[in-house]
Ligand binder design. Structure first.
Ligand SMILES: [Zn+2]
Length: 264
């Protein structure tokens, strides 16, 4: 039977930025402020707990000018989940701000597209595409693979009833999105297949696009997988915190519930 998940976005980082940084080819109003938030996500049913992405490590964030507000493991603890107990971690792609604290989840199976691992160990890394990866973090995933802790996915896979991952590519060679069955229907975590609402709504790819054509096809996939436009959740948009409610007053500004209908 299809399980129904509680679904949370948890903010762990932030950086100031401008519009020209977020759209392929720049933006006519490029100097205008457009900050970026950094999230990790948690999907929980009565039977399963999935951590979705593990954020960036503090020292890596510091070196790259990104502010870590709280450690990702601490984010999950806010919702009663201990990193060491987690059995399943979905990695949407291997950029430093998504794989950064995987070592805090030593007992988890890592679910990732096989194409993403091939991408970061292939000729794409001759190019500037390598900029957003950290080799020490890629090493950890390769080590986990040799330990038998990596589920390499080819395309789409149902990881549990009511939760599946789907290859879209585009942003990186093997970016995937997560489709989750909730009380309000099928929600899709776009992660970096669309950093902001404006990327998918205006069909304007984010500035980092290994394959822009696939990014555009990915926008279409988001609409096909989600019950409506209101069921698509972008990866880095501060507006996510405005549109969805906190699960409790003490988590205001930190955690939101994505399994409830957003504010208009
Ligand atoms: Zn990202």
């Amino acid at each position: 039977m299809t399980e129904t998940y509680r679904l949370y976005a948890i903010k762990y980082g932030h950086r100031e930025a401008t519009r020209k940084e977020h759209f392929l080819g720049g933006d006519p109003d490029g100097e205008r402020s457009m900050p970026m938030d950094y999230f990790v996500w948690l999907a929980q049913s009565d039977e399963h707990t999935f951590v979705i992405d593990t954020g960036f490590a503090k020292d890596i964030g510091d070196a790259r000018g990104r502010q870590q507000i709280r450690q990702p493991a601490e984010c999950f603890r806010l919702l009663g989940v201990e990193a060491a107990d987690v059995r399943d971690v979905i990695i949407t792609h291997l950029h430093f701000d998504h794989i950064g604290t995987i070592q805090d989840f030593p007992n988890a199976k890592i679910h990732i597209q096989e194409r993403e691992l091939q991408f970061v160990t292939g000729r794409a890394m001759y190019t500037a595409a390598k900029h957003s990866f950290e080799t020490t973090e890629i090493d950890r995933v390769v080590t986990a693979l040799h330990e038998g802790r990596v589920n390499l996915i080819d395309g789409a896979e149902e990881l549990a009833p009511g939760l599946s991952v789907h290859f879209v590519g585009g942003h990186t060679g093997g970016t995937q999105v997560v489709r989750v069955h909730t009380e309000r229907g099928w929600v899709v975590l776009a992660s970096d297949s669309s950093h902001y609402y404006e990327n998918f709504e205006a069909k304007r790819p984010f500035s980092i696009a290994w394959d822009p054509d696939r990014v555009l096809a990915g926008f279409k996939a988001l609409y096909a997988l989600a019950d409506s436009e209101q069921h698509i959740v972008p990866g880095h948009d501060p507006m996510v915190l405005d549109r969805y409610p906190a699960p409790s007053p003490d988590l205001e500004g930190i955690v939101v519930r994505l399994d409830v209908v957003p504010r208009a």
